[in-house]
Design a protein around this ligand. Sequence first.
Ligand code: G6P
Length: 615
Amino acid sequence: MCGIVGYIGYRKAQEVLLQGLHRLEYRGYDSAGIAVVKEDGTLNIYKAKGKVSNLETIMADKEVEGSIGIGHTRWATHGEPNDKNAHPHSSQSQSLAMVHNGTIENYHILKKALIKHGYTFSTETDTEVLVQLIEYIKATNKCNLFDAVREALLQVVGAYAIAVIEKGNPDTIIVARKSSPLVIGIGENETFIASDASPIVGFTDKVVYLKENEMAVISRNRPLQISSIADNRPSKLDIQRLRVSVEQLEKGGYDTFMLKEIFEQPETLKDCIRGRIVEEGKRVILSGVIENRERFIHANRIVIVACGTSWHAALIGKRVIQEMCQLPVEVEYASEFRYGNPFITDQDIVIAISQSGETADTLAAIQLAKNKGAFVYGICNVVGASIPRNTDSGTYIHVGPEIGVASTKAFTGQVTVLTLLALCMGQIRQTVQPEKVEEIAQALLKMPDTIRETLKLNDDIRRLAKTFTYAHNFLYLGRGYNYPTALEGALKLKEISYIHAEGYPAAEMKHGPIALIDAEMPSVIIAPSDSLYDKIVGNVQQIKSRGGSVVAIVNRGNTAMAQLADYCLKIPEVPECLTPIVIAIPLQLLAYYIAIYKGRDVDRPRNLAKSVTVE
Ligand code: G6P
């Protein structure tokens, strides 16, 4: 949700900033801009509505000198997406430029006060208010930029990651964070800042994650200084190593990041499982569970909080944990949990699932759960993100950077980790039979090959997708473990093709959605040969008898469904609890190709952002 980047060093800032903005574009692409201070102190700002490529076009014939600058790619909150509201924003005298990710909640009050002091505003953004406030404080207190930023932040209510530079000062960037992420990359005679580490990859592997309520002076000539915003007390530098390569951030020959990420799943699942299934498939170990053994043995209940696709993974997690651990599990949208006055005790384990590890609602839910004494366990992808740093323990899914806005490999990684968690917990609680653990663990070890086999459906699905570009509505039906898979399939289609799609528990179809069925409304029916297969066949008959067309996802050995459904996609057989991982593949591909045939930008669908750091 908005990406910010900054550079100070010996390279041409313009190039570093634009490359960084490309890598951060998944966070928002309503507008983009950069500000650079030249050696002679001149401050230049360039901005453009739309994607980073639009900014590049307007800058194509401009040689911007200067080795210090800041940049921003926007997901609009205050003010419509246009050139004017794009960041960086400057102060009235044009002496400061600032980029901001987050929301200043009390900006109306601050703006009124500034107007009284003679300030005028040219945008509708909350960011312009903050940069004007900094200028006002700097002028009235006759202080330096650092002190002015700090003083301003003490007056601000809200969330922010900011970077500020000033005219006449080609040596300093001031940054600060509260509830929005900011990473500092430390190179040789150069320093980078960014919302996440992706713009820094390839330049340096030494990073410092700015902590909550900290600010820093990034200076050309002096070592990095970090301090707390509240009392200016210096903080200890905690330098960490980045383990992401440039190749992981590129498309690797695929047309889109989404397709690359779909096809990467055999490898990403291998990475996700690695070292976690031992003793030839007889035992599952997740260090975050083993180290907190007593907590997991004595837990009364599990509550899982998440948003979007991660919430769908949570619903699958609920079933598998209940099955293996004989423990009640509840799943809540993090955004509902945080305001729902939830009943949580210190005997509960709250699991927070998040690909990015930065989702604002999930972070707030974690804080609430902690305040109520729960043990909080995180399941995240991005190493070092805010959620893993704010949980008591947890597990990374290790699927590598996910750049396409629609989540694919993170979903299968999350379901895999939740299954491992259920097995590991079931073992230590002695609620699962060793044979069951072994059966599922063995199937998980084979999962990379199973997914490789499933991906062979690619060409069939591409052909099939072409027949569905006419549809305005889609229904996805599944039961048991695959009701959440149906929700996820529908979400994928909505997100990237803009076709309305609804996921439903198959048996509930007769209580409403069946009224919508006609020749114009296709249904995707998830029907692996599991305990509920026979029931789902009845639903297919009901749809066919009302003229609807059906795409059925069935197991390879199934010959009967071909008599009923219009199209059958056949997948390899796996234990019931693992079917969502396999079925996710054809659902991702179907959504992908329908969106491609409709000419959509699948990696950057309209109005969406990958990392939702605002409420
Ligand atoms: C956004 C993304 C989704 C994601 C959701 C939760 O809506 O577009 O793909 O599932 O946020 O994100 P998280 O990073 O917490 O999993």
